[in-house]
Design a protein around this ligand. Sequence first.
Ligand code: PEP
Ligand code: MG
Length: 328
Amino acid sequence: LDSIMLDCLEAPAVTRDGIKIEMLLNAGLSADTEIAINEFADGVGLYRTEVPFMLTESFPTEQEQTERYRGILQTYAAKPVTMRTLDVGGDKQLPYFPIIEENPFLGWRGIRLTLDHPEIFLVQIKAMLRASIGLNNLQIMLPMISGVTEVDDSIRLINQAWNEISEQAAAQGENLRKPKLGVMLEVPSALYILPQLAKRVDFWSVGSNDLTQYLLAVDRNNPRVADIFDSFHPAVLQALQHIIAQAKQHKVSVSLCGELAGDPLGAVILMAMGYTKLSMNTYNIARIKFVIRHVSVKELQALLGQAYELDSGKAVRALFAQYLEAQG
Ligand code: PEP
Ligand code: MG
């Protein structure tokens, strides 16, 4: 790390008007246990567990998963680590578990797949719980939630795993706390059942990549429609605003872990809306901290009112880019 970079990393993530932003990491690679960035982050907002699953030749065993998760929980000891249950399907394939479908992004993905294979889900939850013994910094998050029954079915399985592992831990005199549970908000239907979700889980995390894809009906990986894929589209902004308002009303903790949080313009729009927990790739931490330290949330809020009147994502970006430039 060069010295300018280090200065950016070490400085607190506080805006000019004193708003503290929690800087969380998106992680998944084993390299994430080796790098020093963990010192400068407030925790892991999204650990994509499918990544280690993609690197093996068969389903990793409970023991193998436990060791890997333990490594991450230890690296970030005393900071929250949000582990997302397996989110394969869509564009993420396991070589040893092929899924062939006409519409993979509308198909057997994320929680849908693991609820159909509770043995996969249970092994993973047990491995997570075992890895958290004595550390107790684990949080569990469910991907691709589209309805309440998926949450209830998941909670039933999580409780089953919890009963088994917590009993074993207690018998051995070990300290294991029940992890907080959260859901990804990335399927549009979830936005219309937020009060019901608030009753069931401790936190929400917005997956702006999939939320944009599904709200705008635009494949997030298709270059032909790449310019329609726009997380600054007025409809996406309305959705993000709705989520933060509901989170405040129902007193649920909310973060955002899609690419938008690691984009300087995205980060400032989110701060204007009231988001204070942003989760991003490691290489974005320094520049987003730099941006945070140069803006005022009060000033950004004034711009947000104007942004809602605009017709396109492009115009919204231009408005905030102009503000950022003026801050140097
Ligand atoms: C998202 O959809 O925004 C997200 C963070 O999850 P993923 O990119 O892994 O689908
Ligand atoms: Mg997603």
